[in-house]
Design a protein around this ligand. Structure first.
Ligand SMILES: [Cu+2]
Length: 157
């Protein structure tokens, strides 16, 4: 083999690109309001279906299916918010379709994760690991910061 160094480099580049086909950022957990035993998590998720990714996995769309937040809840649900008879209602969905190269914002009044039966009450300023599951891509973990409702209102205004 004449250029073993080049070959190694090519493989290394592919692996790096494949590992980055889902990018998760801005992870936030809402400090639960007094008297409730549930809260929500928000984040941005982007699926990048570039040529290197397609060469290594099934082509086509990706889905966000759920999240795992070990320290806070064993009951996390992916929720959507929609208008029913003039009222905004939220309910569980099985997955969120991720369009290629599009940042999907999970945020108040839109898709979000619902955490119920809290094991402990997260406090503003604390950090918790949020692991996201997808149909094809390996799971991705982000570190979410707990913020008060007032802080969250300011971020998404
Ligand atoms: Cu909800």
């Amino acid at each position: 083999m004449k250029h073993p160094g080049l070959l190694t480099l090519a493989f290394a580049t592919l692996a790096t690109t494949a590992g980055a086909d889902v990018v998760v950022s801005n992870c936030i957990i809402r400090e639960p309001t007094p008297g409730t035993n549930m809260t929500a998590a928000y984040l941005d998720v982007k699926f990048i279906n570039d040529e290197a990714t397609q060469a290594l996995r099934l082509p086509g769309p990706e889905d966000l299916t759920n999240a795992f937040i070990r320290d806070l809840s064993d009951r996390v649900e992916l929720h959507e918010v929609k208008e029913v008879d003039g009222q905004m209602k939220m309910g569980q969905i099985a997955k969120l379709r991720l369009e290629n190269d599009t940042t999907h914002h999970l945020m108040p009044g839109n898709h979000h994760f619902m955490l119920t039966d809290l094991k402990k009450r997260p406090k503003a300023g604390e950090n918790y690991e949020v692991t996201l599951w997808f149909t094809y891509s390996p799971s991705v973990t982000c570190l979410a910061e707990v913020k008060t409702s007032a802080e969250i209102q300011e971020i998404f205004k």
